[in-house]
Design a protein around this ligand. Structure first.
Ligand code: KG4
Length: 339
């Protein structure tokens, strides 16, 4: 019998629903919330309200595009956390009500595990190229920067993580003070392509083990910028490409440095990247460069599966379904937890 999973993602500011049949993606609908742009960051209360408006039409559209009736579903998988509590509650409550009304099992999914599992999304039954276990995954998003040792789909160990800001958060905050808008990632990426990555030097952390830190870089960036602006009020307008390129290069360097240390120590050459920041051109180029130089076998997901999406939730749900790893209806959402 076919296994048909509906995945629901609502942890931050994207409402998403996806349908996967026997491990193959049939639809992935994402409604992004433009309402936050005016505020330069996600406003939690506005995010929850937008999720409430979006959730029913997004699920409806995902089922329609998949050509699946709700009666055909085997289970509903939902992001339980971590994320914004108000946002999570919309998806969690919808999933519970929907599964209960259909009399089918519920599957809770960890958002970070789902980002890693994005590598197992198959667009056709013939799709190949998924990583083999064990592999290392660099998970970089607006809220997380982690190096994960992936031993199985349900056995993941965080071997290093940020002790303060996430990489995406640092990019977003530096972009905001430069007046480039929110989210900063795509703008910094575009500008960086036209700038000199060696034009400016910002401080790099010196942290033990495989942990990251980005708050020092952020402070160094803000401090330098303030000084330059005192001398020249047009400094940003005249140097934004070089500033973006130097900031991006510093972040990529910090990320790759620890990652390659882990690759050497764990003797694992299969290296994946996941999360919103993996869309970054500089980071993607660095992965290709390391693959060529050090023989890494790299896995870079399609752009649409790097930012928040329900396809990654549905594929995680699919593997949990095969293991009959269901959850009770009274399971609460959680805002914080690693893995
Ligand atoms: O995984 P994600 O969609 O969810 C959150 O953690 O919220 O990641 C969003 C992050 C933001 O910080 C955004 O600026 C960053 O990913 N991002 C990028 C790029 N596209 C998105 N960072 C660098 N370069 C990009 N092209």
């Amino acid at each position: 019998m076919d296994v048909v999973i509906l995945g629901i993602e609502s942890s931050c500011d994207d409402t998403s629903a996806a349908v996967i049949r026997n491990g193959v993606l049939l639809s992935n609908v994402v409604a992004s919330q433009a309402v936050h742009e005016a505020y330069g960051g996600v406003v939690p209360e506005l995010a929850s309200r937008a999720h409430q408006q979006n959730i029913v039409p997004v699920v409806h559209e995902a089922l329609k595009r998949a050509g699946v009736r709700k009666e055909d579903l085997s289970a509903v998988a939902f992001t339980r956390g971590p994320g914004l509590m108000g946002s999570l509650l919309v998806g969690v409550s919808f999933a519970k009500g929907f599964a209960r009304s259909l009399g089918i099992p519920l599957i809770d999914v960890n958002h970070l595990q789902a980002h890693v599992m994005a590598h197992f999304i198959k667009e056709t039954p013939e799709s190949t190229g998924q990583p083999q276990f064990p592999f290392l995954c660099l998970l970089v998003s607006g809220g997380n920067s982690q190096i994960i040792l992936v031993k199985a789909y349900n056995k993941m160990e965080v071997i290093g993580q940020t002790i303060d800001d996430a990489a995406g958060e640092a990019i977003d905050k530096c972009s905001k003070v430069m007046g480039l808008g929110y989210p900063g990632g795509p703008v910094i990426d575009r500008l960086a392509r036209q700038g000199n990555p060696k034009a400016f030097t910002f401080s790099k952390p010196s942290i033990a083990g495989y942990d990251y830190s980005f708050s020092g870089l952020k402070t160094s960036f803000l401090y330098s910028l303030r000084k330059w602006l005192e001398d020249d009020p047009d400094f940003i307008a005249r140097h934004k490409e070089d500033l973006a390129a130097s900031l991006e290069a510093t972040i990529v360097d910090i990320l790759m440095n620890k990652l390659s240390k882990a690759v050497k120590a764990y003797h694992i050459r299969q290296v994946a990247v996941a999360g919103g920041v993996s869309a970054n051109t500089g980071l993607r180029n660095a992965f290709h460069e390391y693959a060529g130089k050090y023989g890494w076998q790299i896995y870079i997901p399609k752009f649409s599966y790097t930012t928040d999406n329900a396809a990654m939730v549905a594929i995680t749900g699919y593997y949990k379904y095969l293991d009959k790893d269901f959850c009770p209806i009274d399971l609460p959402a959680y805002s914080r937890v690693s893995m």
